[in-house]
Design a protein around this ligand. Sequence first.
Ligand code: UDP
Ligand code: MG
Length: 312
Amino acid sequence: MPHLLSLVVPFYNEEDGVAALASAVLPILESIPESEWEIICVDDGSRDATLAALLALARKDARFKVVELSRNFGKEAAMTAGLDAARGAAVIPMDADLQDPPELIKKMVAAWHEGAEVVLARRVDRSTDGALKRATAAMFYKLNSRISNIDLPENVGDFRLMDRAVVEALKMLPERQRFMKGMFAWLGFKTVTLDYKRPPRAAGKSKFSGFRLWNFALEGFTSFSTAPLKIWTYLGALGAVVALAYALFIVVKTVLFGNTVPGYASIFVAVTFFGSVQLISIGVLGEYIGRIYIETKRRPVYLVRGKHGFEE
Ligand code: UDP
Ligand code: MG
């Protein structure tokens, strides 16, 4: 009895990648015994010919199904839309640019047959990423494992196999701001890890750079840790101790030597220092309050304009 398995692929301005993905993926999927496939392509509000290319593909081959979002919602939301639409007994989210090597799918399915509920794909080297991206990624993981109570597996992206039970568990996480890496890690389940080498992009260019990656990291810290809120208590206490010691020093000095200097410099330093500490801590509070605000609005994670190639 063949299983239905799902591949979920988010597309944002990937017109040059659609045909390449189909021709790279299909022979591999067909070579996996006892499996039938559906390939859920999510068009994340692309501004180029991506949607047209996907629809043409879906007309030719019934295994391709297209979820068309009403605008660009970002990769995490697009993936959520794809996972919601997937019907397979196991689901594999994958990038459209062939940076997640499809050859690995065969091994993932084999590990799943052997009882794994989650099969992770780990990059053994990130030589295709720039030096800065690698260094900042390493810093992110290090800091995260210090301050957060769940460990993110390092060098693991969204490319993974998840059993139906895991997908259903993921659907129970209702947050609007979706840091998928963290949410996946929070779920747990029986996990097996496979190693692979990440190839460069097949076509087009990366949508994650600079500021967007920074925001992504911030999202990671604040959605799974409250440590950034708590450190201010300790910093404040430390500042108070230092300020008290300094006050004592000034009192003793004045008693012993009289009021020699007006003390303008010390006051100025203290005022600016504590002023900036307060601004930073207000900023940290703002990050969390912003998140609370967004969550309380309970808006949907994504909106679908149309679904193509699905039954019913
Ligand atoms: N993507 C998306 N919506 C976005 C940005 C990216 O659906 O707003 C998709 C993109 O089409 C690709 C995947 O997410 O399939 C990964 O994007 P990219 O290759 O740019 O990221 P990188 O590999 O550089 O981390
Ligand atoms: Mg990529």
